[in-house]
Design a protein around this ligand. Sequence first.
Ligand code: 173
Length: 502
Amino acid sequence: MNAEKLISGQEVAKHNSRESCWIIVHGKVYDVTEFLDEHPGGSKIILKYAGKDATEEYEPIHPPDAITTNLPPEKHLGLVEPSTVEKVQVKITDEEKARQERVANRPPLDEILNLHDFEAIARQTMPEKAWAYYSSAADDEITTRENHAAYHRVWFRPRILVDVTKVDWSTKILGYKSSMPVYITATALGKLGHPDGELNLTRAAAKHGVIQMIPTLASCSFDELVDAARPGQVQFLQLYVNKDRSITKRLVQHAEKRGIRGLFITVDAPQLGRREKDMRMKFEAEDPSEVSKAGSRGVDRSQGAARAISSFIDPGLNWKDLEWFRSITKMPLILKGVQRWEDALKAYDLGLAGVVLSNHGGRQLDFARSGVEVLVEVTEYLKRHRGLTFPNEKFQLFVDGGVRRATDVIKAIALGATAVGIGRPFLYAFSSYGSEGVERALQILHDEFEMNMRLLGARSVADLAPDLVDASNIHSHLVAVPSDKLYESNYESMRHARLRDT
Ligand code: 173
């Protein structure tokens, strides 16, 4: 690597074609000519920045070291002389202007009363592409809606005349203190929503004493997120397993060295689901004439933002690999994305620390069941086959997907979960309000816990037992349930393909 060499912006600008394509990212110049056709997101987007500074486009959708790990050192040409680079002029469209106005008019945080509110604000104020990426889910989005709806099939059986002057909903997750039975689950590409990306989560988690699960595909670098943690702040890591196991091994061992307390291996994404809102957004962003000119070299239109950058994930990952994970790390291993009791039982028999009953926020297999429904099945069968009772310190059950209220969390805890993961609502909170938004979201949950624990007659998490809920309808997908108006008004219907403008 020519770390010292200084290159002028004018020199970079000459290399602006498919034949010779240089780009600037974070002040460094790279020759990406030979990489164009290998770029998982297609060559067209790189060519748009040929000879220019691509940092702003690059940043939200790549981990900071993506370029350095994928390009051989001889393609790292040197540093650009900053004063010589012309700023890429981004055209501000009328739509963008209108959006910025909506951002300026967002309500003050004290008017946000629940987690649905963050979603409603984000939907109106986030850049369209970011909203499409975060909110989208697989196929007809049946599972993503079911994730929330399933909680409506669980009803409470409160205890009365319990002294609830003091209530305490703090707990332990994998042995680590948490101010509530909630953790911030992993969601990728945080900088699509806010320039500080996942750092917003790290900061708010510290203030509220909750645990953050760092995603493999964070927009911030792993070390940045660990460095930003306060002394003693607990973080977990979500892991996508690379086809190249040496990369995964390095990542895992580095994480352990940096003090990560639990490794959540994603097992529900051998291939990324089709999220049509995300895909259509990309499709519409293309100029159709350009795409047909580019022919087979054009961007693969079948991909959305997520799919385009997921090609490193190993679809060959299987049960036999778990022994290898145990040989490379002492961190507790948890499988994230378990969807049937048989697999939970296997994980238990292998001595893993737990499982997350999850369908990836409905973004993978449509018609996968909700985590809370699978929870009921798992506790029943693990009791029957191994005599286990839950919550269980040695084998912990987690649930994520569709959680918007402390009552949702309380239902899952009463049914045997140790804690519940929340993803999108925190993303929406920081996209509109930065880390203060996440703090507000956590405060709202705090207030909801306090009230609902009292009203249920539960003084502590230990009191949250199955007798507090009636989940007898959980497996029935046909019962009429009153609809959740706040949620429904945020839920965005899908669209069909449209005729081209002529
Ligand atoms: O759900 C996702 O979008 C996701 O997990 C992912 C996977 C690969 C790249 C980006 C996001």
